[in-house]
Design a protein around this ligand. Structure first.
Ligand SMILES: [Zn+2]
Length: 236
């Protein structure tokens, strides 16, 4: 693999126990240019042809997660490896087979090396739900789970319960639910990952970047609510 080429990172002081998956609407070559200009980075970049390129050495903390929260922890650059994938639609259209075929063994290698638990394999939008939509509603989480990368609900049972349980569910998975605004954004991030049928595609990617949460999203709608609880039943 090529030498790491991204310039911005910190020394690592915390052991790695998370894997964060991203996408960017840039080509691989553009990512190197833009990331260095914007003072961000990632450990790996999977370009539009499915080629894996090195951004930052895993031994350093790449600047990919930004302000972030998962399972009670914040500032997740310190404990994670970050992978960026080129996706012109920002993950709303299916990734290419070449890209996913490159991503799977890369993730498997990182997970085995650092013994990363399934619950700590996340998308950027899971850990920064107010700011980020990547890796998007077309990201193949179910397929990855079949390859041992992250979890996916297996059951089919739905149960109804009190409204408070949605907050409890999201929080128990790891999402930030510390105030109503982030709770709503976390519910949408949950849908983006597990129930993408509730996520509306947006043609204009620059608009999507500015409008992470649609104005009319109501996570208390009964159909979403029940399905969320169905998921909870099989997670825990
Ligand atoms: Zn990202």
């Amino acid at each position: 693999m090529s030498e790491p080429k991204l310039k911005f990172f910190d020394e690592r002081k915390t052991p790695i126990d998370m894997l964060v998956l991203h996408c960017s609407a840039l080509s691989g070559a553009e990512m190197f240019e833009v990331f260095n200009a914007q003072k961000v980075s990632a450990h790996y970049i999977i370009d539009e042809n499915g080629q894996v390129l090195s951004g930052v050495d895993e031994a350093k903390c790449a600047w990919h997660a930004g302000k972030s929260f998962w399972r009670g922890r914040e500032g997740l650059n310190s404990c994670s490896v970050g992978i960026e994938i080129s996706s012109p639609s920002l993950g709303q259209e299916p990734y290419s087979e070449k890209q996913i075929s490159a991503l799977i063994p890369l993730c498997q290698k990182i997970i085995a090396k650092y013994k990363i638990p399934a619950f700590n394999i996340v998308g950027h939008s899971d850990i920064a739900p107010l700011r980020k939509v990547d890796p998007g509603c077309a990201f193949p989480w179910e397929r990855l789970a079949q390859e041992g990368i992250g979890w996916w609900p297996k059951g089919k049972e739905a149960t109804s319960s009190a409204a408070a349980d949605v907050k409890e569910l999201l929080s128990s998975i790891g999402y930030d639910t510390r105030d109503d605004e982030v709770l709503k954004a976390s519910a949408y991030a949950f849908c983006r990952r597990f129930l993408p049928q509730y996520v509306k595609k947006v043609d204009d990617v620059s608009y999507l970047i500015e409008h992470v949460l649609p104005d009319n999203f109501d996570f208390m709608r009964e159909d979403i609510f029940l399905t969320a609880l169905f998921s909870a039943n099989v997670f825990f």
